[in-house]
Ligand binder design. Sequence first.
Ligand code: KG4
Ligand code: ZN
Length: 337
Amino acid sequence: MRILAIETSCDDTSVALVEDKGGFKVLENIVSSQIKVHKKWGGVVPNLAKREHQKNLPLIINKIIRGSDPDFIAVTNGPGLEPCLWVGINFAIDLAERLKKPLIPVNHIESHLLANWAELGGKEVKFPALALIVSGGHTILILVKGIGRYEMVGETRDDAAGECFDKIAKILGLGYPGGPIVSQKASELKKRKYDIKLPRPMIYQKNYDFSFSGLKTAVLYEFQNRSLKIRKSKDYIREICFEAQEAITDVLLRKTIKAANDFKVNTIILGGGVVANKSLREKFKKAAEEAGLEIVLPSAEYCTDNAVMTAITAFFNRDKAGDWKDLSADANLKIGK
Ligand code: KG4
Ligand code: ZN
């Protein structure tokens, strides 16, 4: 069975063709990044993103459609940026009609979670599991009783973790997207000398929620209160990036491990763009091992937005296949109960 999937929820135009052959075989996987377009604005501009999707999507589809012979068409219908979601949806409805194939709508959060199945091979995930989905738009903890059986147990009350990385990079004048840049600067730190201390918001609270907007403000004050000379120093930037990365990962890690213990799960599942962060990956692997938990996390390529994960999620939701002519974008689509 072959699924052709379209993902346009944010600023990447992605199309993939995936075949289910015992495991999943990726036949095509194209991700067209819009970073160049949004860079000068320091973040994603929804209407510019929409225009880019409209321009890129037909070109990408044309590259792979010939001989692709899909059994299903899949498309992300939320959550995400509404104008961007609509481009993918309208295109997918037309394509499904043209090829006379059923359409499957896909939840973007579920697809970040199921991105892991692209690389599992024959490995079974031991449920129940606790999933942490951390991206530019989401920071969510989900109790996963099985594929399709989700219960959201916590989320951010304000900014997402990826958004926090992006805003910190903007404050420090480092460019967009912030995560990879902050992570790079942090990795260059040799020795701390400025005694920078940032808060770990909500880390000891009993709930499984997060809050990152205060951390961003703390970075702003820390930066503004330094002399121009220090602000321009490479070592200072490395240290503040390192401390910010530590603060974000400390909170994500502690809350995830706490939830995993409280809900007595067997496995931790990670997903979303922030999981591309090397330091976060290492810390989670170590903590999972210490806690006697299994951990699954995608390679960096499948952490950030891609349509392979959309196709895989469609595979597990193929009971929803239909003509979906009235499918609409849902910017705030939720996962689970
Ligand atoms: O999952 P994704 O591609 O798109 C959304 O669904 O939001 O995630 C993008 C987010 C951005 O905020 C970006 O800064 C962050 O993931 N990100 C990272 C890293 N690579 C991407 N954050 C921290 N460290 C990274 N290496
Ligand atoms: Zn995403």
